[in-house]
Design a protein around this ligand. Structure first.
Ligand code: F0G
Length: 434
Protein backbone atom coordinates (compact mmCIF):
# COMPACT_ATOMS: atom_id res chain seq x y z
CA UNK A 1 0.00 0.00 0.00
CA UNK A 2 1.49 3.37 -0.97
CA UNK A 3 1.17 6.49 1.20
CA UNK A 4 -2.27 8.06 0.95
CA UNK A 5 -4.31 10.99 2.19
CA UNK A 6 -7.35 9.94 4.19
CA UNK A 7 -10.33 12.02 5.25
CA UNK A 8 -10.46 12.07 9.07
CA UNK A 9 -14.29 12.15 9.22
CA UNK A 10 -15.43 8.77 10.64
CA UNK A 11 -18.45 8.76 8.34
CA UNK A 12 -16.38 9.39 5.19
CA UNK A 13 -12.80 8.06 5.28
CA UNK A 14 -12.32 8.83 1.56
CA UNK A 15 -8.78 8.09 0.35
CA UNK A 16 -6.67 9.99 -2.18
CA UNK A 17 -3.22 9.43 -3.64
CA UNK A 18 -0.54 11.66 -2.03
CA UNK A 19 0.22 13.01 -5.48
CA UNK A 20 -3.18 14.77 -5.59
CA UNK A 21 -3.56 18.27 -4.16
CA UNK A 22 -6.08 17.87 -1.35
CA UNK A 23 -6.50 20.23 1.62
CA UNK A 24 -10.10 19.39 2.48
CA UNK A 25 -11.91 16.21 1.48
CA UNK A 26 -13.68 16.92 -1.84
CA UNK A 27 -16.48 14.58 -0.76
CA UNK A 28 -17.40 15.82 2.72
CA UNK A 29 -15.21 18.87 3.36
CA UNK A 30 -13.40 17.21 6.29
CA UNK A 31 -9.68 17.54 7.00
CA UNK A 32 -7.31 14.96 5.54
CA UNK A 33 -4.22 13.35 7.00
CA UNK A 34 -1.36 11.33 5.55
CA UNK A 35 -1.16 7.61 6.27
CA UNK A 36 1.39 5.01 5.22
CA UNK A 37 2.09 1.38 5.87
CA UNK A 38 4.32 0.74 8.87
CA UNK A 39 7.56 -1.03 8.09
CA UNK A 40 7.76 -4.09 10.29
CA UNK A 41 10.90 -3.68 12.36
CA UNK A 42 11.71 -3.88 16.07
CA UNK A 43 11.42 -0.42 17.73
CA UNK A 44 15.05 -0.62 18.86
CA UNK A 45 16.13 -0.76 15.23
CA UNK A 46 14.55 2.64 14.52
CA UNK A 47 15.85 4.15 17.74
CA UNK A 48 19.41 3.09 16.92
CA UNK A 49 19.18 4.14 13.27
CA UNK A 50 17.90 7.63 14.16
CA UNK A 51 20.46 8.08 16.93
CA UNK A 52 23.33 7.02 14.67
CA UNK A 53 22.35 9.54 12.01
CA UNK A 54 23.23 12.33 14.45
CA UNK A 55 26.92 11.65 13.78
CA UNK A 56 26.51 11.73 10.00
CA UNK A 57 27.54 14.65 7.78
CA UNK A 58 24.90 13.91 5.15
CA UNK A 59 22.51 16.85 4.77
CA UNK A 60 19.30 14.90 5.38
CA UNK A 61 20.76 13.13 8.41
CA UNK A 62 21.71 16.51 9.91
CA UNK A 63 18.12 17.68 9.64
CA UNK A 64 16.11 17.13 12.82
CA UNK A 65 13.17 16.36 10.52
CA UNK A 66 14.57 14.17 7.73
CA UNK A 67 16.70 12.19 10.17
CA UNK A 68 13.36 10.59 11.05
CA UNK A 69 12.31 10.11 7.43
CA UNK A 70 10.83 6.63 7.97
CA UNK A 71 8.30 8.30 10.28
CA UNK A 72 7.23 10.80 7.60
CA UNK A 73 7.35 8.39 4.69
CA UNK A 74 5.04 10.13 2.24
CA UNK A 75 7.67 9.79 -0.46
CA UNK A 76 9.15 13.28 -0.92
CA UNK A 77 12.57 12.97 0.69
CA UNK A 78 14.33 12.90 -2.68
CA UNK A 79 13.01 16.46 -3.18
CA UNK A 80 13.85 17.77 0.28
CA UNK A 81 15.67 21.05 0.84
CA UNK A 82 17.03 21.35 4.37
CA UNK A 83 18.30 24.34 6.34
CA UNK A 84 19.12 21.89 9.16
CA UNK A 85 15.76 22.49 10.84
CA UNK A 86 14.81 20.81 14.09
CA UNK A 87 17.73 19.91 16.33
CA UNK A 88 16.15 22.10 18.99
CA UNK A 89 17.20 21.72 22.62
CA UNK A 90 15.43 20.69 25.80
CA UNK A 91 16.25 23.45 28.28
CA UNK A 92 15.55 23.39 31.99
CA UNK A 93 14.05 26.61 33.36
CA UNK A 94 14.44 26.66 37.13
CA UNK A 95 12.86 30.06 37.79
CA UNK A 96 10.08 29.23 35.37
CA UNK A 97 9.36 25.94 37.17
CA UNK A 98 8.86 27.75 40.49
CA UNK A 99 6.70 30.39 38.82
CA UNK A 100 4.61 27.67 37.18
CA UNK A 101 4.11 25.81 40.48
CA UNK A 102 6.27 22.86 39.43
CA UNK A 103 9.33 21.17 40.90
CA UNK A 104 10.87 21.01 37.46
CA UNK A 105 10.05 22.35 34.01
CA UNK A 106 11.70 21.67 30.67
CA UNK A 107 11.24 23.72 27.52
CA UNK A 108 11.45 22.24 24.05
CA UNK A 109 12.64 25.42 22.36
CA UNK A 110 11.53 25.56 18.74
CA UNK A 111 12.86 29.11 18.53
CA UNK A 112 16.29 27.56 17.86
CA UNK A 113 15.13 26.65 14.33
CA UNK A 114 16.72 28.29 11.23
CA UNK A 115 13.96 30.90 10.91
CA UNK A 116 13.27 30.95 14.64
CA UNK A 117 10.04 28.97 14.95
CA UNK A 118 8.53 25.48 14.84
CA UNK A 119 7.17 26.21 11.37
CA UNK A 120 10.49 25.08 9.85
CA UNK A 121 9.83 21.47 10.86
CA UNK A 122 6.66 21.43 8.81
CA UNK A 123 7.79 23.72 6.03
CA UNK A 124 10.70 21.57 4.88
CA UNK A 125 8.19 18.74 4.31
CA UNK A 126 5.54 20.80 2.55
CA UNK A 127 8.15 22.41 0.28
CA UNK A 128 9.53 18.96 -0.56
CA UNK A 129 6.00 17.94 -1.53
CA UNK A 130 5.61 21.07 -3.70
CA UNK A 131 8.81 20.14 -5.56
CA UNK A 132 7.72 16.54 -5.93
CA UNK A 133 4.48 17.71 -7.54
CA UNK A 134 6.45 19.98 -9.85
CA UNK A 135 4.72 23.11 -8.51
CA UNK A 136 6.51 26.44 -8.61
CA UNK A 137 4.31 28.93 -6.85
CA UNK A 138 3.67 28.48 -3.14
CA UNK A 139 1.67 30.67 -0.81
CA UNK A 140 0.46 31.06 2.74
CA UNK A 141 -1.57 33.27 4.99
CA UNK A 142 0.26 33.97 8.17
CA UNK A 143 0.43 35.74 11.50
CA UNK A 144 4.14 35.97 10.70
CA UNK A 145 6.08 32.81 11.45
CA UNK A 146 4.66 30.64 8.70
CA UNK A 147 5.47 33.37 6.19
CA UNK A 148 9.03 33.79 7.48
CA UNK A 149 9.57 30.06 7.24
CA UNK A 150 7.91 29.62 3.87
CA UNK A 151 9.86 32.52 2.41
CA UNK A 152 13.14 30.93 3.48
CA UNK A 153 12.39 27.38 2.37
CA UNK A 154 10.73 28.35 -0.91
CA UNK A 155 13.62 30.62 -1.83
CA UNK A 156 16.18 28.00 -0.83
CA UNK A 157 14.31 25.53 -3.08
CA UNK A 158 14.12 27.95 -6.01
CA UNK A 159 10.33 28.26 -5.80
CA UNK A 160 8.25 31.40 -6.02
CA UNK A 161 6.78 32.38 -2.58
CA UNK A 162 3.71 34.64 -2.19
CA UNK A 163 2.76 35.74 1.30
CA UNK A 164 -0.53 37.16 2.60
CA UNK A 165 -0.38 38.81 6.03
CA UNK A 166 -2.73 40.97 8.06
CA UNK A 167 -1.77 44.60 7.52
CA UNK A 168 -0.14 46.07 10.62
CA UNK A 169 -0.72 43.05 12.82
CA UNK A 170 2.45 41.04 12.62
CA UNK A 171 5.63 41.37 14.62
CA UNK A 172 8.42 43.25 12.90
CA UNK A 173 11.00 40.49 13.14
CA UNK A 174 8.73 38.20 11.13
CA UNK A 175 7.86 40.73 8.43
CA UNK A 176 11.55 41.56 8.12
CA UNK A 177 12.36 37.90 7.49
CA UNK A 178 9.76 37.56 4.72
CA UNK A 179 11.20 40.59 2.94
CA UNK A 180 14.82 39.52 3.40
CA UNK A 181 14.16 35.99 2.14
CA UNK A 182 12.68 37.49 -1.01
CA UNK A 183 8.98 36.61 -0.82
CA UNK A 184 6.36 38.62 -2.68
CA UNK A 185 4.55 40.05 0.37
CA UNK A 186 0.96 41.28 0.35
CA UNK A 187 -0.31 43.05 3.46
CA UNK A 188 -4.06 42.54 3.27
CA UNK A 189 -6.47 44.82 5.10
CA UNK A 190 -8.27 42.06 7.02
CA UNK A 191 -7.57 39.65 9.88
CA UNK A 192 -5.92 36.22 9.61
CA UNK A 193 -9.17 34.23 9.37
CA UNK A 194 -10.62 36.50 6.68
CA UNK A 195 -7.44 36.37 4.62
CA UNK A 196 -7.25 32.58 4.91
CA UNK A 197 -10.80 32.28 3.55
CA UNK A 198 -9.90 34.65 0.72
CA UNK A 199 -6.71 32.85 -0.24
CA UNK A 200 -8.40 29.45 -0.13
CA UNK A 201 -10.87 30.81 -2.67
CA UNK A 202 -8.07 32.21 -4.81
CA UNK A 203 -5.42 29.47 -4.57
CA UNK A 204 -6.55 27.48 -7.63
CA UNK A 205 -7.10 30.52 -9.78
CA UNK A 206 -3.65 31.92 -8.96
CA UNK A 207 -1.90 28.57 -9.24
CA UNK A 208 -0.78 28.72 -5.62
CA UNK A 209 0.06 25.59 -3.64
CA UNK A 210 -1.01 26.41 -0.08
CA UNK A 211 1.54 25.82 2.66
CA UNK A 212 -0.63 26.70 5.67
CA UNK A 213 -1.09 23.98 8.27
CA UNK A 214 -4.22 22.87 6.38
CA UNK A 215 -1.57 21.28 4.14
CA UNK A 216 -1.24 17.74 5.55
CA UNK A 217 2.50 17.59 4.86
CA UNK A 218 3.13 20.49 7.26
CA UNK A 219 1.56 18.35 9.98
CA UNK A 220 3.81 15.43 9.05
CA UNK A 221 6.94 17.55 9.53
CA UNK A 222 5.72 18.98 12.82
CA UNK A 223 5.29 15.45 14.17
CA UNK A 224 9.07 15.22 14.34
CA UNK A 225 9.13 17.87 17.10
CA UNK A 226 7.72 15.24 19.44
CA UNK A 227 9.72 12.41 17.93
CA UNK A 228 12.96 14.33 18.46
CA UNK A 229 11.87 15.21 22.00
CA UNK A 230 11.30 11.54 22.79
CA UNK A 231 14.66 10.63 21.26
CA UNK A 232 16.29 13.30 23.48
CA UNK A 233 14.47 11.88 26.52
CA UNK A 234 15.58 8.29 25.83
CA UNK A 235 11.94 7.56 24.90
CA UNK A 236 10.52 8.27 28.37
CA UNK A 237 7.20 10.03 27.86
CA UNK A 238 6.50 13.12 30.01
CA UNK A 239 3.22 13.40 31.90
CA UNK A 240 2.24 16.57 30.07
CA UNK A 241 3.15 18.40 26.87
CA UNK A 242 1.99 22.02 26.95
CA UNK A 243 1.60 24.00 23.73
CA UNK A 244 0.08 27.33 22.68
CA UNK A 245 -2.95 26.99 20.40
CA UNK A 246 -3.70 29.22 17.41
CA UNK A 247 -4.69 27.52 14.18
CA UNK A 248 -4.10 24.22 16.05
CA UNK A 249 -1.72 22.60 13.57
CA UNK A 250 0.85 21.83 16.24
CA UNK A 251 -1.68 20.25 18.58
CA UNK A 252 -2.88 18.05 15.70
CA UNK A 253 0.68 17.11 14.74
CA UNK A 254 1.75 16.27 18.29
CA UNK A 255 -1.27 14.05 18.89
CA UNK A 256 -0.71 12.20 15.62
CA UNK A 257 2.97 11.76 16.48
CA UNK A 258 2.18 10.12 19.82
CA UNK A 259 -0.50 7.89 18.29
CA UNK A 260 1.96 6.68 15.68
CA UNK A 261 4.83 6.28 18.14
CA UNK A 262 2.59 3.93 20.12
CA UNK A 263 1.61 2.01 17.00
CA UNK A 264 5.29 1.58 16.17
CA UNK A 265 6.02 0.36 19.69
CA UNK A 266 8.42 3.27 20.31
CA UNK A 267 6.59 4.34 23.47
CA UNK A 268 4.11 2.64 25.75
CA UNK A 269 2.46 5.71 27.26
CA UNK A 270 1.03 8.89 25.73
CA UNK A 271 1.52 12.27 27.43
CA UNK A 272 -1.51 14.43 28.12
CA UNK A 273 -1.75 17.48 25.84
CA UNK A 274 -2.52 20.88 27.36
CA UNK A 275 -3.36 23.59 24.84
CA UNK A 276 -3.19 27.23 25.99
CA UNK A 277 -4.95 30.08 24.23
CA UNK A 278 -4.98 33.84 24.75
CA UNK A 279 -8.24 34.95 26.37
CA UNK A 280 -9.16 37.29 23.50
CA UNK A 281 -8.68 34.55 20.90
CA UNK A 282 -9.88 31.38 22.59
CA UNK A 283 -12.56 29.67 20.47
CA UNK A 284 -10.96 26.26 21.07
CA UNK A 285 -11.10 26.79 24.83
CA UNK A 286 -14.82 27.64 24.50
CA UNK A 287 -15.40 24.54 22.39
CA UNK A 288 -13.55 22.27 24.80
CA UNK A 289 -15.49 23.60 27.79
CA UNK A 290 -18.89 23.48 26.05
CA UNK A 291 -21.23 20.50 26.09
CA UNK A 292 -21.48 20.46 22.30
CA UNK A 293 -18.23 19.32 20.72
CA UNK A 294 -19.68 19.11 17.23
CA UNK A 295 -19.14 22.69 16.09
CA UNK A 296 -16.60 25.41 16.87
CA UNK A 297 -18.09 28.87 17.26
CA UNK A 298 -15.64 31.24 15.60
CA UNK A 299 -14.67 34.54 17.16
CA UNK A 300 -14.93 37.14 14.36
CA UNK A 301 -12.82 39.67 16.29
CA UNK A 302 -9.91 37.86 17.94
CA UNK A 303 -7.66 40.16 19.97
CA UNK A 304 -4.31 39.55 21.62
CA UNK A 305 -0.86 41.12 21.69
CA UNK A 306 0.46 37.59 21.09
CA UNK A 307 -0.21 38.19 17.40
CA UNK A 308 1.04 34.71 16.42
CA UNK A 309 -2.09 33.20 17.99
CA UNK A 310 -4.53 35.97 17.11
CA UNK A 311 -6.88 33.53 15.37
CA UNK A 312 -10.63 33.26 15.82
CA UNK A 313 -11.50 30.42 13.45
CA UNK A 314 -8.82 27.73 13.72
CA UNK A 315 -8.94 25.36 10.75
CA UNK A 316 -7.49 22.28 12.44
CA UNK A 317 -9.89 22.20 15.39
CA UNK A 318 -11.46 18.80 14.56
CA UNK A 319 -8.05 17.12 14.54
CA UNK A 320 -6.89 19.02 17.64
CA UNK A 321 -10.06 18.23 19.59
CA UNK A 322 -9.68 14.54 18.85
CA UNK A 323 -6.05 14.57 20.00
CA UNK A 324 -6.69 16.54 23.21
CA UNK A 325 -9.63 14.33 24.19
CA UNK A 326 -7.92 11.06 23.39
CA UNK A 327 -4.82 12.08 25.36
CA UNK A 328 -7.03 12.96 28.35
CA UNK A 329 -5.68 16.47 27.97
CA UNK A 330 -7.07 19.92 28.61
CA UNK A 331 -7.43 23.44 27.21
CA UNK A 332 -6.80 26.60 29.23
CA UNK A 333 -6.77 30.30 28.46
CA UNK A 334 -4.71 33.14 29.89
CA UNK A 335 -4.85 36.94 30.02
CA UNK A 336 -2.55 39.45 28.36
CA UNK A 337 -1.00 40.29 31.76
CA UNK A 338 -0.38 36.61 32.49
CA UNK A 339 1.30 36.11 29.11
CA UNK A 340 3.47 39.21 29.53
CA UNK A 341 4.69 38.25 33.01
CA UNK A 342 5.31 34.61 32.11
CA UNK A 343 7.33 35.76 29.13
CA UNK A 344 9.55 37.95 31.31
CA UNK A 345 10.07 35.01 33.70
CA UNK A 346 11.18 32.79 30.80
CA UNK A 347 13.50 35.60 29.75
CA UNK A 348 15.08 35.75 33.21
CA UNK A 349 15.93 32.06 32.90
CA UNK A 350 18.23 33.16 30.06
CA UNK A 351 15.95 31.36 27.65
CA UNK A 352 13.47 33.88 26.21
CA UNK A 353 10.68 33.41 23.69
CA UNK A 354 8.02 35.34 21.80
CA UNK A 355 4.67 36.23 23.43
CA UNK A 356 2.58 33.32 22.07
CA UNK A 357 5.12 30.82 23.41
CA UNK A 358 4.89 32.28 26.92
CA UNK A 359 1.20 31.38 27.05
CA UNK A 360 2.48 27.89 27.95
CA UNK A 361 4.03 28.97 31.26
CA UNK A 362 1.07 31.21 32.10
CA UNK A 363 -1.22 28.23 31.43
CA UNK A 364 0.90 25.88 33.53
CA UNK A 365 0.68 28.31 36.45
CA UNK A 366 -3.12 28.21 36.22
CA UNK A 367 -3.30 24.45 35.75
CA UNK A 368 -1.07 23.69 38.75
CA UNK A 369 -3.07 26.15 40.90
CA UNK A 370 -6.23 24.29 39.91
CA UNK A 371 -4.62 20.94 40.71
CA UNK A 372 -4.96 19.68 37.12
CA UNK A 373 -1.17 19.42 36.81
CA UNK A 374 0.56 18.11 39.94
CA UNK A 375 3.61 19.90 41.36
CA UNK A 376 5.86 16.88 40.78
CA UNK A 377 4.60 16.16 37.25
CA UNK A 378 7.05 15.67 34.42
CA UNK A 379 6.15 18.58 32.10
CA UNK A 380 7.55 19.76 28.77
CA UNK A 381 6.39 23.14 27.47
CA UNK A 382 6.95 23.89 23.81
CA UNK A 383 8.35 27.36 23.17
CA UNK A 384 7.24 27.96 19.63
CA UNK A 385 9.16 31.11 18.66
CA UNK A 386 12.41 32.98 19.24
CA UNK A 387 12.73 35.94 21.63
CA UNK A 388 13.83 38.26 18.79
CA UNK A 389 10.65 37.80 16.75
CA UNK A 390 8.86 40.61 18.57
CA UNK A 391 11.36 43.09 20.09
CA UNK A 392 8.82 45.92 20.18
CA UNK A 393 6.67 44.02 22.69
CA UNK A 394 9.71 43.42 24.89
CA UNK A 395 10.79 47.04 24.88
CA UNK A 396 7.29 48.20 25.77
CA UNK A 397 6.91 45.69 28.59
CA UNK A 398 10.20 46.59 30.23
CA UNK A 399 9.66 50.33 29.86
CA UNK A 400 6.10 50.19 31.21
CA UNK A 401 4.43 51.27 27.97
CA UNK A 402 2.74 48.02 26.94
CA UNK A 403 -1.05 48.19 26.58
CA UNK A 404 -3.53 45.39 25.95
CA UNK A 405 -5.66 45.50 22.77
CA UNK A 406 -8.36 47.50 24.64
CA UNK A 407 -5.78 50.15 25.56
CA UNK A 408 -5.49 49.16 29.23
CA UNK A 409 -1.94 49.29 30.62
CA UNK A 410 -0.07 46.05 31.28
CA UNK A 411 1.99 46.17 34.49
CA UNK A 412 5.71 45.53 34.05
CA UNK A 413 5.80 43.21 37.03
CA UNK A 414 9.27 42.01 36.05
CA UNK A 415 10.23 45.20 34.21
CA UNK A 416 13.87 45.92 33.48
CA UNK A 417 14.04 49.37 31.93
CA UNK A 418 17.32 50.65 30.52
CA UNK A 419 18.84 53.67 32.32
CA UNK A 420 20.19 56.70 30.51
CA UNK A 421 23.43 57.95 32.05
CA UNK A 422 25.88 60.76 31.29
CA UNK A 423 29.32 59.81 29.94
CA UNK A 424 30.81 60.50 33.37
CA UNK A 425 33.04 58.03 35.26
CA UNK A 426 32.00 59.19 38.72
CA UNK A 427 28.28 59.20 38.05
CA UNK A 428 28.38 55.72 36.51
CA UNK A 429 30.46 54.33 39.39
CA UNK A 430 28.06 55.95 41.86
CA UNK A 431 25.02 54.52 40.10
CA UNK A 432 26.39 50.97 39.97
CA UNK A 433 27.43 51.14 43.65
CA UNK A 434 23.76 51.42 44.64
N1 F0G B 1 3.26 30.02 18.50
C1 F0G B 1 3.78 30.72 17.48
C2 F0G B 1 5.04 31.46 17.72
C3 F0G B 1 3.12 30.73 16.23
O1 F0G B 1 3.66 31.42 15.23
C4 F0G B 1 1.91 30.04 16.07
C5 F0G B 1 1.18 30.05 14.80
C6 F0G B 1 1.42 29.34 17.17
C7 F0G B 1 2.11 29.35 18.36
C8 F0G B 1 0.16 28.56 17.08
O2 F0G B 1 0.39 27.35 16.45
O3 F0G B 1 -1.38 27.44 14.73
O4 F0G B 1 -0.18 25.33 15.24
O5 F0G B 1 -1.79 26.29 16.86
N2 F0G B 1 1.46 30.81 13.84
C9 F0G B 1 0.82 30.71 12.51
C10 F0G B 1 1.54 31.59 11.52
C11 F0G B 1 -0.63 30.82 12.50
O6 F0G B 1 0.92 32.02 10.54
O7 F0G B 1 2.73 31.83 11.68
P1 F0G B 1 -0.82 26.55 15.78
Amino acid sequence: MPAELVCIAESCRARFPVTEIVYNCPRCGGLVEAVYPRQECPPDHWKALWRNRRTSNAALDQSGVWRYREFIAFGSEAHAVTLREGNTPLLEGRGAAGYGGLDRLVFKHQGFNPTGSFKDNGMTCAVAQARRLGLRRVGCVSTGNTSASMAAYASAAGLDPVIFIPNGNIAYGKLAQALEYGARTLQVEANFDQILALVRRLADRLGIYLLNSINPFRIEGQKTIMLEMMDQREWRAPDWVVVPGGNLGNTSAFGKAFREMREWGLIDRTPRLAVIQAEGASPFYELFRSADHSRLVANPHPETLATAIKIGDPVSWPKALHEVLSSNGTVERVTEQEIADAKAVIGRCGIGCEPASAATLAGIRKLTAAGTIKRDADVVAVLTGNVLKDPDYIHRYHTGTLEDPAGRPIRSTYGNAPEVVPADDERIAELLAK
